[in-house]
Ligand binder design. Structure first.
Ligand SMILES: O=P(O)(O)O[C@H]1O[C@H](CO)[C@@H](O)[C@H]1O
Length: 290
């Protein structure tokens, strides 16, 4: 089993990055499938390929580039992950979230995590943006938590709570920003469940997830959020509902990666505009204490 990165290993990656850019990001953005366009929000941008950072994982999935983008958004220096790491790619779950620890050592205080997700709840429509208010860490509760293994208190405590990992004030700002863009009707709220993938879920699994309180399902986000919260970051989580889950085993329809990318393409600009406004207000309201 691959050994978890030590504090020193994470520090090495952060130092490597710092030696190559003068930017010192305060906000991190993780782009979900097909949502790499969020990186276009950054001005004066500089890019760094994941492969150029010793020890950094490498993206293997379509719709996920493989670089860090640094730049300014509404006057604040940001780091954007254009391409994230999923458990189903074969990485240990802690490694999927290790870039968040690197961000922490770069000085990041706030994190916007986005994803493409399937809608389980009947209140969710295709193309909705669901503010994640809570999550079900299915791999975590069944023994695969990103914080399993030695704990380094310099990042966070051994037994962190997960009661309020998704910031209410950040969510309120996002809602207000969507309202200012006339997009409030597509903003929903709910619980995101992480399943391991890469198979899309069976109707029986989806019906089970529904009974345990999941509104949307995806294959990411939770490891990154758990680690960000453990590290003391303020987190905003957003799921773009790219497909409606099929809960009826008699249905002849099935989910496809193509529909996921198509929906992501359709909403990409809307999400960018809301994120820009959110960032502006979050800075004005000093949501991250910077
Ligand atoms: O969660 P993100 O990275 O947005 O991607 C989602 O989309 C892919 C499936 O279509 C899976 O990787 C799932 O997790």
């Amino acid at each position: 089993m691959e050994e978890k990165y030590s504090y020193e290993k994470i520090q090495e990656m952060a130092d490597n990055i710092k030696s190559r850019t003068s930017q010192r990001p305060k906000l991190g953005i993780i782009c979900g499938s097909g949502l790499g366009g969020l990186a276009d929000l950054l001005t004066n941008s500089e890019e760094m390929e994941y492969t150029s950072i010793p020890g950094f994982p490498v993206s293997t999935v379509k719709g996920h580039g493989g670089k860090l983008v640094f730049g300014k958004l509404e006057g604040v220096e940001c780091i954007c992950m254009k391409g994230r790491f999923h458990f189903y790619e074969g990485y240990p779950i802690w490694k999927c979230a290790a870039p968040v620890q690197v961000m922490k050592l770069l000085g990041v205080k706030g994190l916007i995590v986005t994803n493409a997700a399937g809608g389980i709840s009947s209140k969710l429509k295709l193309g909705d943006l669901m503010l994640i208010t809570d999550h079900i860490n299915l791999p975590g509760v069944t023994g695969n938590n990103p914080l399993r293994g030695p704990n380094d208190e310099r990042f966070g405590p051994r037994f962190p709570s997960t009661n309020a990992v998704y910031s209410k004030s950040f969510q309120n700002i996002f809602k207000k920003s969507a309202e200012d863009q006339g997009l409030l009707p597509i903003i929903k709220e709910g619980t995101y469940l992480m399943s391991s993938g890469p198979t899309y879920e069976s109707p029986a699994e989806l019906n089970w997830f529904k009974t345990i309180g999941a509104d949307a399902v995806g294959m990411s986000t939770v490891p990154e959020t758990v680690v960000a919260s453990w590290c003391g970051m303020v987190v905003l989580g957003i799921s773009l509902i790219t497909n409606i889950c099929i809960l009826d085993v008699e249905s002849t329809e099935e989910p496809t990666a193509e529909e996921v990318y198509e929906t992501a393409k359709m909403r990409s600009k809307n999400l960018q505009n809301i994120v820009r406004l959110t960032e502006k207000s979050a800075v004005e309201q000093n949501v991250w204490n910077i």
